[in-house]
Design a protein around this ligand. Sequence first.
Ligand code: NI
Length: 133
Amino acid sequence: MPVVRFGVSLEKELLEELDAYVADNQLANRSQGIRHLLNNNIVKKKWKCNNVVAGSLTLVYNPHKRGIVHKLTSIQHEYHEVILSSQHFHLDHDNCLEIVAVKGKAVVLTELADKLQSLKGLQHGMLTMSKAN
Ligand code: NI
């Protein structure tokens, strides 16, 4: 795709935030930082559609947090039609990693991810999606 250059005016503080974002995400420069932010905020919204996509949900949580295991399980049962499989890893005493393979309408997968991500006690929740057809 051709690259277009354009000027951006930002408040100094916002620019510092951008530089911190670039550093935190180990990006090469501000252009990459802006691209990254746009991708996360605009392009991802396009996934909220009826296209069938495949992807994975990565969840990290503390299994000792009250109710979390039960809630994770019941939400996944609610969405059994889009869940292909899941794998659970006991990382250490207080951390579990669960990887859930999913396939279905992007809007449904996003809804499932939103429900899981908003669970109290979840340390990390991330959905990645790829075109499936
Ligand atoms: Ni575990």
